[in-house]
Design a protein around this ligand. Structure first.
Ligand code: DMJ
Length: 578
């Protein structure tokens, strides 16, 4: 979505926070355990620039001490040996109907890609009615959002030729030398997530180097008094700092976010990708503070580990996390709590951080358990008709509404339940199944069998949109995402059945001559199209549908966690011996 922007914030006071405790360094080492021995590289090479200490700069601005340490090299072959399953699976013997359904979804992906390639290659999204491209203003001058979002789906579906087309675009046309205002969150989940996943799947260096280069461009957003990043960052090189390796842009808060605040779901959805950026580069700066922050940095706090420190310090109303936090004071700005938009993927990244660490990151697990307990206590409700839902909370008053975005939570809660103690496990599996069933109802009760952007449980309404402005469907993935997790964790055939209903509805109402389009009203069988094929349709909706009809060893949950844009990132198997 295109969002309004605020003018640059006033310069902030310098602020010093205590040095990072040793515990954090140990966590980072755990994240980087997949790394192999250092390789020899010529001085001044790109790899050297990415090395941790090469960014450190004496406050005086004097030239940095000569690098003597051998540059870091990530051992890809060792990583591949650590996986428990082949990435595209290897189990034979499935029924012909399941295979045929999977092939249908693959055909839909090819159709979406081919049309994007024909009419919009290099733009961010395809406009399938007008047969042209859309750029928008979310990605700060970056292009090709659909290419990057589609890469790993094309690879997993074995669309080899199409994958090569996408890869060639990345090699020849993906330009990171841009100057524009980008959403830190969107660039991270789509671009960094897509590039990292494709690197891990294929071992092709181009994806890793682009991810690291882009990751560096995002770092200045953390330059706030608390180290909580702002939401908008200028990706251009700015200023004249003598150490040219240090890219630094300006950052802003969203104009619509209360009083210059940062948003929970945005700064809380960086952890998975940033730990991988540190693991792949050997540079701790993405995960935690720089060993010697640059003179111009207003804070000595840095990296995603610091975000947790701030969140653990601040008092939570009834144990809940409000959606808006000041990056200047580290206090909540407004008491709106939501498991849907503005809050959603913060919770998702807590449980996935724990899983990605091979269940070593107990701090993330505790934060997740405590947050879910507060959600269960204060937000989970049952409607008069017996549907379980998660309400929103506005300063103590409940809003009995669930957004489509909140429907990811069925899958998340099921994933967390898998690893909980028995009593909790059962309760959470039931809760996950009930929420997924409610989200299915929001689809089943519409004329198109696709769900609205938000549905309500008030004024006699049950799982239906009550406002005209909430009736649209923009090809979102969250409901089929939950079907995929619930299928993998229970093997109840109803999830495949529900997924197939979505496939049929997409074909009937969203497929147009040149791609797939969102619709403006799910409650009419002659809907108007919105003329937009969202990149997350290729990254997430079609990938989750495809995986729903795959064997469990394709992108096995034993090896991978999906980032919030469905890009698979590997679990760090700590028991692996080379
Ligand atoms: C995606 O970009 C991600 O799933 C994000 O977390 C939320 N919104 C969209 C899809 O609906």
């Amino acid at each position: 979505t295109d969002l309004p922007r605020s003018p640059p914030a006033a310069a902030e006071p310098r602020h010093a926070s205590p040095a990072a405790p040793r515990r954090l360094r140990e966590k980072l080492r755990t994240a980087a355990r997949m790394a192999g021995p250092p390789a020899r590289t010529a001085p001044g090479s790109r790899q050297q620039v990415q090395g941790g200490d090469s960014r450190a700069q004496p406050a005086s601005g004097a030239p940095p001490a000569r690098e003597t340490r051998a540059p870091f090299r990530f051992d890809y072959e060792r990583f591949r040996r650590s996986l428990r399953h082949p990435v595209r699976g290897g189990r034979p013997g499935e029924d012909p109907e399941t295979r045929a359904r999977r092939m249908k979804i693959k055909e839909m992906m090819k159709f979406a890609w081919d049309n994007y390639k024909q009419y919009a290659l290099g733009k961010n999204e395809l406009r399938p009615l007008t047969k042209n491209g859309h750029i928008g203003n979310m990605f700060g001058g970056l292009r090709g959002a659909t290419v990057i979002d589609a890469l790993d789906t094309l690879y997993i579906m074995e669309l080899e030729e199409e994958f090569q087309e996408a890869k060639e675009w990345v090699e020849k046309s993906f330009d990171l030398n841009v100057n524009g205002e980008a959403s830190l969150f969107e660039v991270n989940i789509r671009y960094i997530g897509g590039l990292l996943a494709t690197y891990y799947l294929t071992g092709e260096e181009v994806f890793k180097s682009k991810a690291l280069e882009l990751g560096e461009k995002l770092l200045p957003a953390f330059n706030t008094p608390t180290g909580i990043p702002r939401g908008v960052i200028n990706l251009g090189r700015q200023g004249t700092h003598p150490h040219k390796h240090f890219l630094y842009g300006m950052s802003w808060s969203w104009g619509w976010a209360s009083a210059g605040s940062s948003i929970l779901a945005e700064f809380g959805t960086l952890h998975l990708e940033f730990l991988h950026l540190s693991a792949l580069s050997g540079n701790p700066v993405f995960a935690e503070k720089a060993s010697n922050p640059p003179a111009w940095a207003s804070s000595s706090s840095w990296g995603v580990m610091n975000i947790r420190r701030v969140l653990n310090r601040v008092e939570k109303p009834q144990g809940l996390y409000p959606n808006f936090l000041s990056p200047v004071t580290g206090s909540w700005v407004q008491h709106h709590v939501s498991i849907g938009g503005l809050g959603d993927s913060f919770y998702e990244y807590l449980i996935k951080s724990w899983l990605m660490s091979d269940k070593k990151d107990s701090e993330a697990k505790k934060m997740y358990d405590d947050a879910l307990e507060a959600i269960e206590k204060h937000l989970v409700k049952k409607s008069a008709g017996g549907l379980t839902y998660i309400a929103e909370w506005r300063g103590g008053i409940l809003d009995h509404k669930m957004g489509h975005l909140a429907c990811f939570s069925g899958g998340m809660i099921a994933l967390g339940a898998e690893h909980a103690a028995e009593e909790r496990r059962q309760r959470h599996m039931e809760l996950a199944a009930e929420i997924t069933s409610t989200c299915h109802e929001s689809y089943a009760r519409s004329d198109t069998k696709l769900g609205p952007e938000a549905f309500r449980f008030d004024a006699g309404s049950e799982a239906m949109a009550t406002r005209l402005s909430e009736r649209y469907y923009i090809l979102r993935p969250e409901v089929v995402e939950s079907y995929m997790y619930l299928w993998r964790l229970t093997h109840d055939p109803k999830y495949r059945h529900w997924g197939w209903e979505v496939v049929k509805a997409l074909e009937k109402y969203c497929r147009v001559e040149a791609g797939f389009s969102g619709i403006r009203d799910v409650y009419t069988t002659t809907p108007t199209h919105d003329n937009m094929q969202q990149s997350f349709f290729l990254a997430e909706t079609l990938k989750y549908l495809y995986l729903l009809f795959c064997e469990d060893d394709v992108l096995s949950l034993e090896d991978w966690v999906f980032n919030t844009e469905a890009h698979p990132l590997p679990i760090n198997h700590t028991d692996f011996k080379a």
